[in-house]
Design a protein around this ligand. Structure first.
Ligand SMILES: *[C@@H]1O[C@H](CO)[C@@H](O)[C@H](O)[C@H]1NC(C)=O
Ligand SMILES: *[C@@H]1O[C@H](CO)[C@@H](O)[C@H](O)[C@H]1NC(C)=O
Ligand SMILES: *[C@@H]1O[C@H](CO)[C@@H](O)[C@H](O)[C@H]1NC(C)=O
Length: 500
């Protein structure tokens, strides 16, 4: 008996040393399989990062205008999005680039405060209405399909002054704005995204305060925000589903971003799954199944009690709210950039925060190649693992990759590192398709270098360089734009592929 248990311990130690993705994919070769027929390729941007014209033609102020105007030092190079790439005036240049690359669709966002300067439908800005119509007309004339994000982080400042995403009224503010957009632009838009990356909005915007509006309320406000995001999405989706879908035949969903979380050892598998539930499941689980993931309900309740709160810091959904939220998606939309390793914690941290509530530690390996932005490590195999996890977790659902890409600081036209990133990430995507994951589209971030939030113009992710030293802000093709164009044309990541 004693010998037997020692043997088990010995086997357990062997298992702890088991392989992670680095070893599993050590000799990985980019696939020579083609993308399947009908697979679609796109590029993405967001209003604040490209439009500029921050106060022109009746646009209202939004939280990122305020965030950088009040504190210029909040961006890495002291810049802001007041002019950005001036796509408000130069959108035809952007579309010319897209045409050159041959994309099937363009994912862009509407600036809420441009259309509704004070955030409410009491006051519609006619110039903005016409601007977006011209933009959509130009895309239509060029045969480029449209995917619209309604909310890419730019809450009208007038609404933030009333509490923003922490005020329950935001659910109706957002639904009114969304409904107006369906009404005005429904005939141009093939796919709608209500909200982009709630994780960044809530945990950075209202948790640690690193993003606009800069509210610090870890472990409390960040959950209130998440609850309102889910209700706003759900209500806006229901309006679309009942009133617009029948005639428009378009689709609607939410974008939930997720890194991949790889267990550090086989003893950390549960910890990695917990982290994935806190990061991705927190938003997608309610939308697919109707409530927060059970592990979140349990963990936050347990931690809140230890911390002396009289109830869980994770606000509960009523049965009606669960019914409202459940099923409000037409496909899974995922933004993905990088990977973390996860280790279970031997001692829980009882800090009051969403990060601590997961009860695990995560880190990135020094051996992983770093892109210009620090957290941005290149780990292509993590993408394939995330896609397989989505299928395992939510079932055989259609998945659209709504963002993927890589940064550098100089915007070099010879961006071989970006070609390697795209090639390898896109290769793991093809492998996932061959394993039965139903991915139908891939969106590269971004068509042009643009204003990368707190990175300013120092984090460049475009396949076209925008020359900020030239007053005309010309767009110039990088090598990666020619590579992506060729992938779109041949469906092949290498010089030659085998036929499907
Ligand atoms: C990748 O290609 C090399 C050279 O052809 C080969 O030796 C290696 O086994 C391949 N790796 C895998 C995982 O198939
Ligand atoms: C818990 O405390 C807060 C204030 O600290 C109070 O508003 C709330 O009603 C209390 N909840 C319960 C269930 O007692
Ligand atoms: C950017 O513009 C400046 C000023 O016109 C010019 O000197 C420079 O060569 C341009 N850079 C590129 C890569 O075109």
């Amino acid at each position: 008996m004693k010998v037997f248990s020692s043997l088990l311990i010995f086997l357990g130690i062997l298992a702890i040393g088991s392989t992670d993705g680095d070893e599993e994919f050590a000799n990985y070769n980019v696939t020579n399989r083609k993308y399947p027929d009908g697979f679609k390729f796109g590029v993405a941007t967001a209003a604040y990062q490209i439009e500029g014209a921050w106060n022109l033609d009746g646009k209202g102020e939004q939280i990122w205008d305020t965030f950088f105007h009040e504190h210029p030092e909040r961006s890495n190079d002291g810049t802001n999005g007041d002019v950005a790439t001036d796509s408000y005036h130069l959108y035809k240049e952007d579309i010319r680039c897209m045409k050159e690359v041959g994309v099937d669709y363009y994912r862009l966002s509407i600036a809420w405060s441009r259309l509704l300067p004070d955030g409410t439908i009491d006051n519609v800005n006619k110039n903005a209405k016409n601007y977006y119509t011209s933009l959509f007309e130009e895309l239509r004339a060029n045969g480029i399909e449209v995917m619209v994000t309604l909310y890419h982080w730019d809450l009208p400042t007038a609404l933030e002054k009333q509490g923003g995403w922490l005020n329950p009224q935001v659910v109706d503010w957002f639904t009114d704005y969304a409904t107006l957009c369906y009404h005005l632009y429904g005939t141009y838009v093939k796919d709608w995204v209500t909200i982009n990356e709630p994780k960044q909005i809530c945990h950075v915007g209202y948790g640690d305060g690193g993003y606009a509006p800069g509210v610090r309320s870890p472990g409390v406000g960040e959950y209130t925000c998440a609850r309102h995001i889910l209700l706003a999405h759900a209500k806006a989706w229901r309006v679309f589903d009942t009133q617009y879908r029948p005639t428009l035949k378009s689709r609607n969903t939410i974008v939930v971003d997720s890194d991949w979380y790889e267990p550090a050892t086989s003893a950390d598998e549960e910890a990695a799954e917990t982290k994935l539930q806190f990061v991705h499941g927190m938003y997608m689980h309610p939308i697919v199944f109707g409530n927060w993931p059970q592990i979140m309900i349990d963990n936050v309740a347990k931690f809140s009690q230890v911390q002396g709160f009289n109830e869980s810091r994770l606000p509960a959904f009523s049965n009606e709210e669960i019914e409202l939220i459940k099923g409000t998606f037409d496909f899974i939309a995922i933004n993905h950039y990088t990977t973390y390793m996860v280790k279970a914690r031997s001692q829980p941290s009882y800090a009051v925060s969403w990060v601590a509530d997961s009860g695990v530690d995560s880190y990135q390996k020094d051996t992983w190649e770093t892109a210009a932005i620090g957290w941005f490590k290149k780990v292509p195999w993590g993408f394939g693992k995330l896609l397989r996890w989505l299928r395992k977790t939510y079932g055989d659902l259609e998945i659209v990759v709504t963002e993927n890409g890589v940064s550098d600081r100089d915007g070099s036209l010879q961006d071989q590192h970006r070609i390697e990133y795209i090639k390898n990430y896109m290769s793991h995507l093809i492998d996932a398709i061959h394993d039965g994951v139903r991915v139908t589209s891939y969106t590269l971030w971004s068509i042009i270098d643009n204003f990368e939030w707190t990175q300013g113009f120092n984090g460049k992710l475009g396949i076209y360089f925008v020359n900020q030293s030239d007053p005309n802000l010309p767009r110039i093709a990088k090598d990666s734009s020619r590579y992506y164009a060729n992938v779109i044309k041949t469906k092949c990541l290498l010089d030659q592929c085998v036929d499907n």
